[in-house]
Design a protein around this ligand. Sequence first.
Ligand SMILES: [Zn+2]
Length: 355
Amino acid sequence: MAFALAASLSAVAGGMSEARAGATVCELDEGELAVSDLPSGSSVIQCDAVGRVVTYDSTGVTVPEPGTAVSVDAMSTDGTSHGFTMEVAADGTVSYDLTSASVDLDGTGSDKADVLVNPARTAGDLSLEPDDADADASDAGTGAEVAEVDAAASPGACSDGTYATKDQKEYGIYNWYIGDGGLPAGLSKSDALWSFYEALDNITESNNNCGYSDQVGAHTANFLDYTSYEADVNSRDQCTSRDGLSTWDAGNLASGTVAITCSWTWPTPGVKNDLREADVRFNTTDYDFTNKPTASCSNKYDVRSVGTHEAGHIFGLKDIHGAHENLTMYDTSIQCSTRARTLAKGDVLGLRSIY
Ligand SMILES: [Zn+2]
């Protein structure tokens, strides 16, 4: 409709509409677009598509200016991973990476229980913790925090070397902010600062119990300030236009999504795309979070486990599907588990492949 109106207006104004209409190679319908509406090889310039929303896999991105790629990674509750990357080259040409996660095909035969990395930390220990129901509810109780426990149905954290990477890298320092709205687990701004800080450190320092040294350390994260800016994502898991600040906050996401990361990079042929901004939002409308899961925890997601996973996306890691529950980049967050705070072998190897 808008196009027809514009064409008729230009006909009135200049009488050149026939020639111009004949040169039009792309007409987009109103509303949200599908990937098929703006396929790989099409041009955001010819299609006048910058600022439009392209949806895929229950997520979406706002078409960025030429010379920018945008990536959405949604962490779900149901074992599915959602997201994709849209790249717009400097000349306006569109391309996509529609694989938000990878499955380790070689590992499909190894989904047997593995030896626990640290036998001293077993699920049985949890029953010894004080049953302090209030501790988890308030995040201020004295109940002992749950220990990291390997999921027995998947390879152990230090034996599962599976990883996949995005075309995304932080070449310098990831400077980040905290939004001024509510925060997960009702954390104060200062408590959220330390939780998010630790989550990012878990990635930049390759925090692991497998004996791997840190090779990411030069690429650090640096908290800058609290801000009235927000994570650039809406309640339908669609990345909006970027505002230039990498903001971590909380709000409403699509039901079924625990947290989301939207990343923007500059395409840099031959090497990984250069990260310019990455925003993280926790879905505090549909889910509860805790900063300290105790034995009495139920139906809550650990802020630092979720945060560490999202930080993994920021620094270039993809989700991993399947029987890989002990990876930080496993595509589902496990309630009341702190497992993802500590990187598994595959997470470390993935980071080493980038940094
Ligand atoms: Zn993820």
